[in-house]
Design a protein around this ligand. Structure first.
Ligand SMILES: NC(=O)c1ccc[n+]([C@@H]2O[C@H](COP(=O)([O-])OP(=O)(O)OC[C@H]3O[C@@H](n4cnc5c(N)ncnc54)[C@H](OP(=O)(O)O)[C@@H]3O)[C@@H](O)[C@H]2O)c1
Length: 229
């Protein structure tokens, strides 16, 4: 990990910060991207922003070996009939477009020395998703499809691709979900507790340190299941 440069998309967020911290402790250089904060600020739903972001990292750091995508627009909990195409577009443009644009911009550098791509999804992509999150869940499935395609298309350049799918985490992102649900969700999880950002960060570090590719790690209340992408 030493001196490898990692870009964390959503590196100012709750999960992204934990990933940045654990990777940094292992000697990596971490570029923390945020929507309106962080060393590398960019609204990645806009055209041209990803290219500028990657150019700045290459100018500042000289190289880039890893991209971890931990971004999402805030979730709006509402039944399908209360959503609009704009809600879907918002999630697709923040999660999918951001990932596509950033990876395409980073490819020339990645192709030279290989690299790691890890997308943070959600455990809803492996089970039945809950109601009232159709825009968010649809975008996550799109990012899962993109992740599988990256694995097939980029392996020949020694680019490793993995995904990590956590279950519900109590943090700012889930502030609109009533806290009284925590006990119920914890009881449904394998270890009887909620997933934490540290669980996610440890899974990411493990993938990077072992040089894994094609793995889909599902984290449910501390319990870790490993599938293939
Ligand atoms: N929390 C959970 O229960 C949970 C469970 C499963 C999966 N996840 C996934 O984990 C990832 C991180 O979630 P989190 O809990 O850490 O949420 P968070 O704290 O709200 O972090 C979201 C990040 O996305 C960035 N962002 C939002 N809109 C953006 C835009 N238009 N352009 C660029 N960046 C934008 C935010 O930047 P600013 O900080 O500058 O606004 C922030 O860094 C997401 O992919 C989420 O879907 C979360």
């Amino acid at each position: 990990m030493k001196n490898k440069v990692f870009l964390i998309l959503g590196g100012t967020g709750s999960v992204g910060s934990a990933i940045g911290d654990i990777v940094e402790k292992e000697g990596a250089i971490v570029c923390r991207h945020g929507f309106d904060a962080g060393d590398y600020q960019a609204d990645l739903s806009k055209d041209g922003e990803a290219k500028k972001l990657i150019e700045k990292i290459i100018k500042d750091r000289g190289h880039l070996e890893g991209i971890i995508n931990s971004i999402s627009a805030p979730v709006k909990i509402a039944p399908l009939e209360k959503k609009t195409w704009q809600d879907f577009e918002k999630h697709l443009s923040v999660q999918l477009k951001a990932g596509v644009d950033v990876i395409l911009s980073a490819l020339p550098s990645f192709k030279k020395q290989g690299g790691d791509i890890i997308n943070i999804l959600t455990n809803y992509v492996v089970g039945d998703p809950p109601a009232s999150l159709s825009d968010y869940v649809t975008a996550k499935y799109a990012v899962l499809g993109f992740t599988k395609s990256l694995l097939r298309d980029l392996g020949k350049y020694q680019i490793r691709v993995n995904a990590v799918s956590p279950s519900f985490i109590r943090n700012q992102f889930t502030k609109d979900i009533p806290e009284k649900l925590d006990e119920l969700l914890a009881a449904q999880s394998s270890l009887g507790r909620l997933t934490t950002v540290e669980d996610v960060a440890k899974a990411v570090l493990d993938l990077l340190q072992k040089g894994e590719t094609g793995k889909h790690i599902i984290i449910d209340g501390g319990y870790v299941e490993i599938n293939s992408l």
